[in-house]
Design a protein around this ligand. Sequence first.
Ligand code: NCD
Length: 309
Amino acid sequence: MMGTDLLAIEDLSREDIELVLETAGHMQEVGRRDVKKVPTLRGRTIINLFFESSTRTRTSFEIAGKRLSADVVNFSPSSSSLKKSESILDTAKTLDAMDPDAVVVRHAVAGVPKRIADELAAPVINAGDGAHEHPTQALLDLLTVKERKGRIDGLTVTIIGDIAHSRVARSNIYGFTKLGAEVRVAAPPTMIPANVDCLGVKAFGSLREALDGADVVMALRIQMERLTGAYFPSVREYSGTFGLDRAKLRFAKDDVIVMHPGPVNRGVELAHDLADGRPSVILDQVRNGVAIRMAVLYLLAGRRPESEA
Ligand code: NCD
């Protein structure tokens, strides 16, 4: 069974991941109804604590909480006492004193959600911490692949782009390898982390080899906000070598699917015509994100205290 927080895919067992995916299957059904709401988390409060910008993830957690009838509070750092130098931990403790049933945290620094979880009584869900992990993104990616391919075990998944600075890459590497897929990464050598072999993946410096026989291809955004030096000569050269387009995609299997966590820089990591429609499943990923977050909130915030059990 999952622990009390969701901080990293690295911490989860195969069974934990399968439980979330199975629960998300039921939540997808709620999302297909006319009235997309169930009373499961009525009377529970969820705080979204986003210190870093977000479109998909924050909205998705908010919709997920509301579909489960929870009260969702969005905390925005720019209008808070953080502006008056209150520390992040004091802010978190203050919010915790209002007895939320779950706190969802995104921060530019790796480890902040864990630090907050150590202090808080409420379950903490990591919505992305620096270049460390983004567990719900990997879970929604796994759900999307399972839906399209019917399985994860035995598939070849190629992740292209800024692996070194991408929390999406790290979480997906853990998730896909735990469920039995072969994971390959392709990027300029400066964007491949030194310890990548220890993660059980194969690294490639060219797309041709990396894509050979791939069932799933995931393109990632260059994490400009996390780069401190020059990692490649120019954006044009990067997109010529590592930008995914229909010509390069021919190296993969005929029924390959193309994924991207968003936001997409069209014409850089992904050609315009690949971002929309088949074989791209980008909007399926977004849709499945709501079901995954409903599942995670249900599993973590829906628990009854021992005294009531
Ligand atoms: C990603 C993130 O913030 O880590 N986006 C997301 O949550 N869907 C990826 C990115 O910013 O490139």
